[in-house]
Design a protein around this ligand. Structure first.
Ligand SMILES: *Cc1c(COP(=O)(O)O)cnc(C)c1O
Length: 438
């Protein structure tokens, strides 16, 4: 077999994306404008959160989306937020930016999902949100999560924020959402999971009495953040979006929340740049000294092109996964399961575990694959192993399952620039390299 060079996750940019970028540059409008607004509407209908008025805001990143969601919920100092130990740093960092205390929870013994019994045990009267992560594109068990937050024990412990007349409008909004919800919020990190679906009985946040419904990630949790970073399934170079699905929201509530995402992401300025270009419309107010993390129309345009191609991109990922599954099953290599009767993954990461191998052998395998031109990766080194979180007092010894998952994990390249021959090349080399290890 001739040597090939297989990158880990290059962006898939085609003619449609090029046309959109050029069109934006020539249009005279390059920052947040019509393309971002159009992308928000398309995503809202794709995620099925548009029944009562669009409930998607495109922003600068998933990290910014998660932070703004927590700020909109009035979560901050004195509050606790439950996050898996086995995830990327931003799932936890956004909560820290908002001023909350992160409480890490270990994984299940043989799954990258959080251990839901431990989630229930971690709840205190300070818990305000749980941040489940749809790792690799596989939707979490949201039925289990909603059972936990709607359980009588969790609901009686819940202390919603209260606001007085003198508080600012954002605090009032947060208090209002927390009081109406009357329970811990589920704020999903769907960074990997655009297009993933799951069959649920609790889809709108309350038990549905046995009726099972298939919902997309984005319209399951109370709030979801998505990433459009360059390595993700759907990319705008950098970028992200927040979606929300509050069971009690009216169309007006959704419009108010959308407006707050605009304020939070654009300096708290009462008029955005587009509105200010109207002749004579110079005057604006600043309602609070807020943040700056809006999406530009250049990114929005790339998103419109990706949106058009997304069904094909997802299908191609599914076909590659089928080949990897067949090869790994034949080799006896553990891998995450992307497609079952109860869920459909977005197929973001092909996570494998070389059972029996230790960290050192895993590093050798990665090195040997690299020598054969194949870039692999590790998802994830658990957060309690990182300097920042060690400094905050977390110890990996308290997360034995996350450590075991990480210890022999290797992620294979999974992206839409891979040809069938590339996939065969990855599989052949993986088999050859693994011969001396399993
Ligand atoms: C990439 C990623 C993010 C952050 O996305 P940004 O858009 O870069 O902020 C958050 N969570 C997970 C699990 C990710 O992999």
């Amino acid at each position: 077999m001739d040597k090939r060079t297989i990158s880990f996750s290059p962006p898939d940019m085609g003619e449609l994306e090029e046309k959109q970028v050029i069109d934006t540059l020539r249009s005279g409008w390059i920052t947040t404008g019509p393309k971002v607004k159009k992308l928000e509407k398309l995503l809202a209908s794709f995620l099925e959160v548009d029944e009562k008025a669009p409930a998607v805001a495109c922003l600068g990143s998933a990290t910014a989306s998660e932070e703004l969601i927590l700020r909109m919920l009035g979560i901050g100092p004195g509050d606790e937020v439950i996050v898996p130990a086995y995830t990327y740093t931003s799932s936890a960092a956004a909560a820290i930016h908002a001023g909350a205390k992160v409480i890490f929870v270990d994984s299940q013994p043989n799954s990258v999902e959080m251990d839901y019994d431990k989630v229930a045990e971690a709840i205190t009267d300070k818990t305000k949100a749980i941040i489940p992560v749809d790792l690799g594109g596989v939707p979490c068990d949201y039925d289990a999560l909603f059972s936990i937050v709607t359980s009588p024990e969790a609901k009686t412990q819940f202390r919603p924020l209260s606001a007085s007349e003198d508080d600012d409008e954002l605090t009032k909004l947060g208090a209002n959402i927390q009081q109406k919800l009357g329970r811990i919020a589920i704020v999903a990190d769907g960074a990997h999971a655009l297009g993933a679906r799951r069959i649920l009985s609790h889809w709108s946040g309350e038990p549905e009495g046995g009726e099972r419904k298939e919902r997309k990630v984005g319209s399951i949790a109370d709030f979801t953040s998505f990433s459009f970073h360059a390595v993700k399934n759907f990319t705008t170079a950098e970028g992200g979006a927040a979606s929300w699905n509050l069971p009690f929201n009216t169309a007006e509530d959704n419009a108010v929340m959308y407006h707050w995402f605009q304020l939070l992401s654009l300096h708290g300025q009462s008029k955005d740049a587009l509105a200010k270009t109207q002749v004579g419309a110079w005057e604006y107010d600043v309602v609070a000294p807020l943040y700056k993390c809006n999406m530009t129309d250049i990114m929005g345009g790339i998103g419109l092109a990706q949106f058009e191609r997304y069904p094909q991109l997802l299908a191609r990922r599914k076909a590659i996964i089928a080949k990897y599954d067949e090869a790994c099953d034949a080799l006896g290599v553990d891998h995450i399961v992307h497609f079952t009767n109860s869920y459909t993954s977005s197929g973001h990461l092909y996570i494998t575990r070389i059972t029996g191998c230790n960290d050192e052998q895993r590093r050798e395998i990665i090195q040997k694959m690299a020598e054969r031109g194949v870039a692999t990766n590790v998802h994830y080194k658990p957060l309690p192993m990182m300097t920042a979180y060690k400094r905050l007092g977390w110890k990996i010894e308290d997360f034995p399952n996350a450590y075991k998952l990480y210890n022999n994990e290797i992620t294979l390249p999974l992206h839409t620039k891979l040809s069938d021959e590339d996939v065969d090349y990855v599989i052949q080399n993986f088999k050859d390299v693994l011969k001396s290890y399993i």
